[in-house]
Design a protein around this ligand. Sequence first.
Ligand code: CA
Length: 299
Amino acid sequence: MKIEAKSFVYSFSKNHKPIAHVKAGDTVDIDALDAFANQLRNEGDKIDSLDWDKVNAATGPIFIEGAEDGDILKVKINKITLDNKGTVLAGENFGLLGHLLKGSHVKIVHIKDGFAEFSDSLKLPLNPMIGVIGVAPEGEDINTGTPGKHGGNMDNLMVNEGAVLYFQVKTSGALFSLGDIHAVMGDGEIGVSGLEIPATVNVTFDIIKNKKIEHPILENEEFVTVIASALTSDEAAEIAVEEMFKLLSGKISLSDPEIAMLMSLVGQLQICQMVDPLKTVRFVMRKEHLNGLGVLELL
Ligand code: CA
């Protein structure tokens, strides 16, 4: 099934009408605009002309049949097919360096042969990844610029090809949406944008019945990670560490103090982004340190 980038949401909400229905096990191609809703696509395009009301459009929501409150939605990112050019911006009041910059600046970066051509001499390896991805939250609507327990604008560079994400379902059908694809982005996204790019994302949905998680979990072949967002990166870090500990406690062949020791010795606390309304952090463990267990065995 192909879901075209024709219907967008600007919030995650249990009240949005689904644009498509899929079943557990279905694989779907989802088209996404870039985070600027494709408004800055050419050299010379100015931020002043940007309609900020259209920023962070996410394609969706998609209704996953059989997903109910109390289940977990599992989303495997199979493939991210990028357009041939992306957009990055920097400037006054944007991100962590905005106070040191004057004016606002847009750069178009072409994608060629697996690299983003930042300049004639500087070609950056691609890491296609999804900035905004999640399900309808439990309570009030959450705009697509903000991350949280529902996922949303997590801007986590590990949400790339091969990643499997787990979200707690809070409403019938889960109401999944995604957008804000990046061709490449650094941890922190310190300038407020990645290399923003239209893309087609191929995902497979599954449902895990009657399991509970508090925050999104991500795994890939090598790692298990917990993702947490909070007002400050300190708070987000504390949540991510605690959630990882709870995930492992009683599930691997170590006592709780030993789990704390192991997390202290080989766990990796990493910043996803520092520029959105809530900050996002992930805590990462290698599966080889967890008796080889994946998320499904740890839940
Ligand atoms: Ca973003």
